[in-house]
Design a protein around this ligand. Sequence first.
Ligand code: GLN
Length: 497
Amino acid sequence: MTVPHTKLALNNDLMKLGLAEAREGLRSKKFSSVELTQAYIEAMEQNRHLNAYILETPEEALKMAGESDTRLARGQAGSLEGLPLGIKDLFCTEGVQTTSGSHILEGFKPPYESTVTHNLKTAGAVFLGKTNMDEFAMGSANITSYYGSAINPWKRADGKDLVPGGSSGGSATAVAAGLCLAATGTDTGGSIRQPAAFTGIVGLKPTYGRCSRWGIVAFASSMDQAGPMTRDVRDAALLLEAMAGHDPKDSTSSPREVPSFEKVLNQGVKGLKVGIPKEYRLDGMDEDTVKLWENGAKWLKEAGAEIIDISLPHTKYSLPTYYVLAPAEASSNLARYDGVRYGLRVPGKTLDELYENTRSEGFGTEVQRRILIGTYVLSAGYYDAYYLKAQRVRRLIQQDFELAFQKVDVILTPTTPTPAFALDESPTDPVVMYLNDVLTVPANLAGLPGLSIPAGLSKDGLPLGLQLIGPAFDEEVLFRTGTVLEQAASFKSFLER
Ligand code: GLN
């Protein structure tokens, strides 16, 4: 049983629209972008207790909306013209504070715009502000943010505040609670899909290379990917189309054409082969989750897909592999925060002391832990035993998927082992927290696209997500299959309850 979040104040029905519907409304002049944006600004003001945003930018938003209205009137509308979005605070936004959820970047106003946000601006989107997140995208509950935890709008019967998941917890909260139409997230080990599952929204991690990483604060560069967080699958297709594309400034961004994802949504799953990997059935997995997974397979079968049992034998090594490689890359990426070039500076008598003081004060515990692990596994004497070994295992995990995709078109799993947990019940043991990522991390290690669809409720009335994993650069199969699951599940979002 869920207790509705009584404190959540919704201005009007504008808050319940999806991106596609709002786009229709704007084009048919039912409302203007300024009206729509104003409604969202009020919703944000009235729901600050959810701490979804680190920075609200209402003036800039209204200015962007006014410009959109002019372009709409002239018939020059871009694909996202006038649509208000939340932007994860990991994306550098020109002249607008970008903190990555960290004290060390407090006050940092990038002189440049990330490629993804640049693409969104070019498509006409309106930016409402920068959403809350775990510090440097390290976490699964949004509790490592220097700016306080974002709160999941969903409640359990005991009324406790729940985490929205992480690291894109602010974006998830904002989308679920109607504090933006849709949002950007990033996913290195599950940070789009896990919070999407915890808040009952749709989240997509695209194929590595689909979106440019340029101007996104780096965590683990070989896995970081930007992606959409939305109220439905169609919105995710729409938003990804605008975000994605080749960027000469990121050598790992793919030169492939971005397909029209919206076009494939209703192609159905007839004849599609759907793999169910036995290794994802974890010991002690919630019964509700197991049931949901079975339902998902049943729905796809009823829609004409063939369900095939598969094996991804190296799955059990995914988590340890990720937690060697991600900290290793992070320790190198975070070396640049030295108190000289960005944000916070805590002086010292010598240069070394300045570095030490700045980094001790500027980084939180989880970030310091990862830097220490990362430097350890990269240091001479341990490099072969940990880093190199992890790289080799990563290859085996990739091979598991390559072999599986010779037999099936798409893989179906749950997104998370459990629903959202209470803020005051968050694991204090970091390794227990890392277990949240067990079902999402393999797709990052293999560079594959993964989509989370809200598909049911736990016995406590909390959202649960199903995950679809596809072959590289086949987001289309995820959108097609996701649409079928979405229709079959007919999940009622937080706003519809
Ligand atoms: N929870 C994972 C971690 O803490 C994943 C984070 C992410 O995807 N950015 O590393």
